[in-house]
Design a protein around this ligand. Structure first.
Ligand code: ATP
Ligand code: MG
Length: 376
């Protein structure tokens, strides 16, 4: 493939993880190996049938960054992808190093082309409920220039007080509309990626039908909410979870997956688990175990230092051994979190920690890692 920089070398126990996922009958956790780097035109990605990708996760784990990388990855090969932000924080603009974005679909990036594949386009939209309501009213009631009146009379406040879920249905509705939009008989966007609210709010955010029922049991709003629900609950939609290998973000993944699967009226398809900010590990599993229990051979370390031409002192070897143990304890802790992530039996993808500052280059690297592992 060669048009994305490759992810760093997979973790040393990648093989073990692959075996574990095979036992569970999963397709994920393909390590970036030779066969995942073939030409992209005929490849079968893990989410081929999915057109609405919803990205959630604990706050600060990298939802916006990963949503951006996923949009780039999906756009590769001449596709057109829309990236939607719903929290109104201009996170997408920041990730793509752009000035603040308006409520308007705008091209913000191109996926790189290769010798065999054309590049693709990523568009972005910052969807705020007020603009979405306006657009909705214009579309369904032909109310033009209603903006000022809306603000003056506080219709948005009124509407969201009467039907708290309306706000959410307007935002998910915007994504559903973009997924369904056609131009010349074919979908305008090959995929839509939503940088969604954090896990704590995702179930309620997506399960809007019950929320708007108070306001509208019949009529266009009801119809709109039903249409949105159909899209969200369809196999064309998947909710991906971003996490770090830490206790709390992992717990949120487990809780979030359970919540989506348990929703009344049918679950919502759970997508991949994107493990973000993974650091490469140089030690083998057995070396790690030795280091973790503090049984590092200091004498051997000393010899190693000498061989490397480093002035040996017993202290240096001891310090190194202590550091190694600390490192190993952290690494083993991370591996425990990884094991917990096996429970939902969903494909997992590793995204490397970008250590030299997150910028556009870093974003393209993350996109490459997602493609290499079959997520897009
Ligand atoms: N793989 C990575 N390597 C290095 N830094 C990263 C990586 N992913 C995200 N970051 C950095 O972590 C910070 C948080 O990322 P981001 O804003 O995407 O998280 P978020 O989950 O969207 O946060 P919020 O909950 O506030 O919306 C940012 O500074 C981002 O650049
Ligand atoms: Mg964000």
């Amino acid at each position: 493939m060669g048009h994305f920089k490759h992810a760093p070398a997979p973790l040393v126990w990648c093989g073990e993880r692959l075996a574990a996922s095979q036992v569970a009958g999963l397709r994920g956790y393909r390590c970036a190996g030779a066969d995942s780097l073939q030409g992209v035109s005929t490849r079968d990605t893990d989410w081929d049938g999915v057109r609405l990708h919803i990205v959630t996760g604990k706050g600060g784990t990298g939802k916006t960054t990963v949503a951006g990388a996923l949009a780039l990855a999906l756009a590769s090969g001449g596709k057109r992808v829309l990236l939607i932000e719903v929290e109104g924080r201009q996170g997408i603009a920041q990730v793509f190093d752009r000035p603040p974005l308006p409520y308007e679909e705008r091209k913000i990036a191109v996926a790189p082309a290769s010798e065999t594949q054309p590049g693709g386009d990523v568009y972005a939209l910052v969807a705020d409920p007020e603009s979405a309501l306006l657009e909705y009213l214009e579309m369904f009631y032909n109310l033009r220039h209603a903006g000022k009146a809306l603000n003056r009379f506080g219709v948005m406040d009124f509407a969201t007080t009467v039907a708290p879920g309306l706000r959410d249905v307007l935002l998910t509705g915007k994504a559903a509309e973009a997924v369904r939009r056609k131009e010349a008989g074919r979908p305008l966007y090959d995929a839509v990626v939503m940088d969604a609210p954090p896990t704590g709010r995702i179930g309620r955010f997506l399960n809007v039908t019950s929320e708007v029922s108070g306001l509208a049991r019949v009529g266009p709003i009801r119809h709109h909410a039903d249409t949105v629900q159909k899209v969200i609950h369809s196999p064309e939609t998947a909710v991906h979870f971003v996490t770090l290998l830490e206790e709390m973000p992992v717990q949120e993944v487990l809780d979030g997956v359970a919540e989506l699967r348990g929703l009344v009226g049918g679950g919502i398809q759970v997508g991949g688990i994107m493990i973000n900010m993974v650091r490469p590990m140089e030690l083998s599993a057995s070396q790690l175990r030795a280091a973790e229990t503090g049984s590092v051979d200091e004498h051997e370390l000393g010899i190693g230092l000498k061989t490397a031409g480093i002035d040996d002192s017993v202290r240096l070897a001891a310090d190194l051994a202590a550091e190694l143990t600390e490192h190993a304890v952290a690494a083993v802790g991370q591996e425990m979190q990884r094991e917990r992530l096996a429970e939902p039996a969903q494909p997992c993808y590793d995204l490397p920690m970008i250590t030299d500052g997150m910028d556009l280059g870093g974003l393209y690297r993350l996109a490459g890692a997602l493609r290499d592992q079959g997520a897009a």
